[in-house]
Design a protein around this ligand. Structure first.
Ligand code: GDD
Ligand code: MN
Length: 383
């Protein structure tokens, strides 16, 4: 349960509120301030924001998304809200967490541009008018510490270190989306983009910007505006081991998502190897077939086994436009060819003086990739 305070008088429940908002179309900036124990900072943060935005004539509202902080942050905001209607308070009692609070803020914002900012004074509010000015050209505008003119300012050095390592881990997963500071907690996003991707967002942990970037397609237009990250004035950071573990989990899930076909193919291959070995044992020990015959039979059956799973699972989504029989023939052919690749690479490395087990290992790796690539781009190619 959460409730809303608009001024000190009306308490409105989430459900009713959501419906009324969706009808409104205001060209306005909604600033979301997530808070947890920011009683010492919130007043100063809000008054600096109001000054800067009024001066720049940016139409705005400030939405504080507080997880019912025990230090009474909400009482302070309630008082401010009574004096200025543009300041609103959302108190959250369940499902706590930074990203979840931000998403709740998005759901209740009235503007069509959302800006997320820390409430502890570490983010520089004076760049907001510049960020807002980019709203027509870009979908996401990021307050960035790593583009020219930005910096880590007076924040502790270890933070810079952690933040950089975290970004480098994320870069490979961002593909063509170019951004220097994907770890920033200071950014603006178009409501329309958020609405488009919100179903894909988990809001676990701290990195809501990163989740938005993962969910958006490659055409998303990103702009970075430099700022200097400041030192926290009062209170303490909630970024700890738990946050780091949650972050790694987000990356891991994204990695699996992006490479799910490859991973399934790998899994089927591993299963096929077990089937192969089992059959080999069966033919040799119980049927007393020759090694050669047993091996040929085991290879062929495991190929059929692999085809079954790859056809029904790994590449189940693909529309190949070919009959099952054609796919099976091709798959079989490709598998046998990659067997040749395996043996070929094995002998090549053997000639180079490599230890035979290592040579075989190289053979397996290369054969696997040939097999995967040809199946992906030919046998199971989408029409
Ligand atoms: N509602 C809510 N719930 N707010 C929270 C929670 C929570 O569980 N945890 C933190 N906040 C609020 C804080 O009150 C503050 O306003 C803001 O979120 C950032 O929290 P900090 O604890 O100060 O985070 P930080 O300074 O360590 O990390 C910031 O900088 C990072 C970049 O180095 C954040 O902006 C990160 O998102 C950012 O990646
Ligand atoms: Mn902070």
């Amino acid at each position: 349960m959460s409730y809303f305070m608009d001024g000190a008088v009306n308490t409105i429940h989430l459900k009713e509120r959501r419906n009324t908002f969706s009808k409104e179309k205001v060209r306005m900036l909604s600033i979301i301030l997530p808070t947890y124990n920011e009683a010492q900072n919130i007043k100063k943060t809000i008054s600096s924001l109001v000054n800067v935005l009024d001066e720049a004539k940016v139409p705005f509202e400030i939405l504080v998304a507080d997880d019912n902080s025990p230090d009474g942050t909400k009482n302070i905001v309630e008082k401010l809200s009574a004096k200025d209607k543009r300041i609103r308070l959302l108190v959250r009692y369940a499902d706590k967490g930074l990203s979840k609070a931000i998403v709740d803020g998005f759901e209740h914002a009235k503007g069509n541009f959302f800006l997320v900012m820390d409430a502890d004074g570490q983010h520089d509010e004076t760049i907001i008018p510049r960020m807002f000015a980019e709203k027509e050209m870009y979908d996401i505008v990021v307050g960035s510490r790593y583009v020219k003119g930005g910096g880590f300012g007076s924040a502790p050095l270890y933070r810079l270190f952690v933040s950089r390592i975290a970004s480098y881990l994320a870069f490979p997963l961002l593909g063509r989306k170019k951004i220097q500071d994907p770890m920033s907690g200071f950014f603006m996003v178009k409501k329309s983009l958020y609405e488009k991707v919100k179903k894909k967002i988990n809001a676990s942990g701290y990195k809501i910007l990163l989740e938005l970037l993962f969910a958006a397609d490659d055409k998303v237009r990103i702009k970075e505006v430099p700022f200097h990250f400041k030192k926290r004035e009062q209170g303490e950071s909630k970024l700890g081991t738990k946050v780091i573990l949650e972050y790694l989990l987000v990356l891991f899930k994204q990695g699996i998502k992006q490479h799910s076909t490859l991973l399934k193919f790998l899994f089927v291959g591993a299963l096929g190897t077990i089937v192969n070995l089992g059959l080999m044992f069966f033919f040799v020990e119980t049927q007393h077939f020759s090694y050669l015959l047993s091996s040929v039979l085991a290879v062929e059956v495991s190929i059929l086994h692999n085809f079954f799973w790859n056809n029904h699972w790994t590449f189940a989504q693909r529309r190949t436009g070919k009959t099952l029989f054609v796919r099976l023939l091709r798959f079989n052919g490709v598998s046998l060819c990659s067997l040749l690749v395996n043996v070929g690479v094995f002998f090549l490395f053997l000639k180079l003086g490599t230890w035979y087990l290592l040579a075989q290992f190289f053979g397996i790796i290369l054969a696997f990739f040939v097999n995967y690539v040809v199946n992906n781009y030919w046998v199971f190619k989408n029409e």
